[in-house]
Design a protein around this ligand. Sequence first.
Ligand code: PCA
Length: 223
Amino acid sequence: MTPTTRTPTILLTGFEPFDTDPVNPSWEIAKALNGEHIAGGVVHSVQLPCVFGASMHQLSAALREHQPQLVICLGLAGGRSEITPERVAINIDDARIPDNADAQPVDAPVVPGAPSAYFSTLPIKAMVQAVRDAGVPAAVSNTAGTFVCNHIFYALMHQLAQPGNASGVRGGFVHVPALPEQVTGKPGTPSMALATQVAGMRAAIAAAMTTHKDLHVNAGQLH
Ligand code: PCA
């Protein structure tokens, strides 16, 4: 039998709306890119609940089902003006607001007994450069917070760090700004149009697919 070569899958997740917002740009972006071929891979988008625990289980199921080569989880970071690939996931759940199932953990580990933190295995600096080259503001972020986005980012990196990931699937997390319609009543709050966010993420995904050694450029912050 001749072996069939499958187009590599890029798993792209976005979150359902949370808090008081009726929309979450992270899912709108993922939905818009679902089925697109980018740099030799095909995007498969999955929506995750904004719920501690359940989001992690649904992500694990999606990883098993789709066997992706690359995984990028997206989430909204209200108040940010750029597309921000995250550098590090930490092993803590500390919720300022309840999740969509009304849970509000305080100082609980994401995975008990697991390492304190994991770095993204995405080429975050090359991604920032590629997004900027596409004409879209981007920056490396050094904190994904301690809510459900950090939770899913940590769960992803923990799973990819297990010996079962022998083929070296890479993954990480990108926070995105609010949509203009989310901030109409909030003067001074940054936002970015959906089409711009989609174009930025398309460039970021292409960079992640094609860059195996990240750029050695400074993206540090003093605080
Ligand atoms: N943003 C939240 C959770 C879901 C989302 O889109 C966060 O940054 O944790």
